[in-house]
Design a protein around this ligand. Structure first.
Ligand code: HCA
Ligand code: CU
Length: 389
């Protein structure tokens, strides 16, 4: 089943370069490629060498780094572009053509037989050069199903390695993705890739459903950067797949690197990692309500499906607020090595709640309270010891 065996095509260096704030230098691209390779993604997809002279040079440079990840570049369905791509030394070429009625009417104006002929010409050329070939249709979800299947059947017949479904405009929902990929799975024998934009927040769920339906490859970018608000984020896909099978994900990828890759990219493209980001958002492992805190302290799995330790992260229990509970306060006292009994802790908790109703508390406020209770107690014990002497 694909959910157990899938590959990531990491497209930060292609789709990600189409993000509004992305202007990568050659050295930065190399750094990104090396980080993602160390993380363990199976493929890196690079901007077409036909885009600009620097894109050509960078593609050649990255293809020659000897990374473990396979290097792909992404080109239009033109023989000239494919030739340029082959000469860079990449392992494979992702070819894309717009098949939707919108693109056919308002963009390139080509009909289906023309699209099939060009696809066959380009794919046969790529294969003749010993490279992996993928054919994808831009805007697949607004393409006619019969057209789409006709094209994919034709390229599958001549030995394309992979066909791609692209939700270019982010219009698809998980059920539609499942249905389309399932139908396609019954028509072609080759691998199936899914590329999904996130305009309506479905990109991760869509990618997951594509895998459930038999897709084999998913496109991602770091933090999801890409055209408009981007595509399936690498970290989000990792979180989803980890929830499905933690062991498989732990074995496949070097998870503690995720935060470093994201921070590096966030800095390069001048954005913050969102507070609620999958895995690395600063509240992703923060527990607040007393009931949650109590259960988490007893067994983290009660309210966590992802183990922060696997990602080199730690959980945080937020105690300084009106929703706090005495178990959380007790844990804080223990962290401070203050020996207070349960009755005292309960009294302190009540006091924290009352105070929190009046103002925003900080952890310092809680600590001050715990410490003052504790020193009062020590003083009392001293006085009692002196009196007993
Ligand atoms: C685009 C192209 C693409 C291609 C996806 C693919 C899309 O920028 O419009 O080749 O799989 O979203 O359709 O990124
Ligand atoms: Cu895209």
């Amino acid at each position: 089943m694909s959910l157990d065996q899938f590959s990531i095509i990491e497209s930060t260096l292609r789709e990600g370069e189409q993000f509004a704030n992305a202007f990568f230098t050659s050295d930065q691209k190399v750094e990104i490629a090396q980080l993602l390779d160390a993380f363990g993604v199976e493929y890196l997809e690079l901007t077409s060498p036909a885009a600009s002279p620097q894109s050509l040079a960078d593609c050649t440079r990255i293809a020659q780094l000897g990374l473990r990840s396979k290097i792909l570049t992404h080109v239009r369905c033109h023989l000239d572009d494919a030739r340029l791509a082959v000469d860079t030394g990449v392992d494979g070429i992702d070819v894309v053509f717009g098949t939707s009625s919108y693109l056919r009417q308002f963009s390139h104006g080509k009909d289906i037989p023309y699209i099939i002929d060009s696809a066959i010409e380009v794919i046969e050329y790529i294969k003749s050069q010993g490279l992996e070939a993928r054919f994808s249709s831009e805007d697949s979800f607004r393409s006619d199903l019969v057209d789409l299947l006709t094209i994919y059947r034709a390229v599958d017949k001549i030995g394309v390695n992979r066909v791609g479904i692209a939700d270019t405009v982010g219009v698809a929902d998980p059920r539609r993705v499942y249905e389309l990929v399932r139908t396609l799975r019954g028509v072609v024998g080759c691998d199936i890739e899914f590329h999904g934009h996130n305009d309506t927040g479905c990109a991760i769920a869509n990618a997951y459903c594509a895998l459930e339906a038999g897709a084999t490859h998913v496109d991602t970018s770091v933090l999801g950067i890409g055209e408009r608000n981007g595509i399936t984020p690498l970290g989000g896909l990792i979180a989803r797949m980890y929830a499905y099978n933690p062991d498989a994900i732990r074995n496949k990828y070097h998870l503690p690197l995720l935060r470093e890759v994201e921070n590096y990219l966030a800095n390069l493209v001048s954005v913050d990692v969102p507070f609620n980001n999958y895995i690395t958002g600063y509240t992703a492992f923060t527990h607040k309500a007393g009931i949650h805190a109590k259960a988490i302290l007893n067994n983290p799995s009660t309210y966590e499906i992802l183990d922060p330790g696997d990602f080199g992260l730690t959980r945080y229990i937020h105690v300084a607020h009106r929703l706090t509970g005495w178990n959380a306060i007790k844990e804080r006292a223990e962290q401070l090595q203050l020996n207070l009994n349960d009755d005292e802790i309960k009294r302190i908790t009540a006091q924290i709640k009352a105070l929190a109703d009046q103002k925003n508390l900080s952890l310092d406020d809680v600590d001050v309270l715990l410490r003052s209770y504790h020193s009062q107690r020590v003083e009392e014990e001293l006085r009692e010891a002196v009196a007993a002497d």
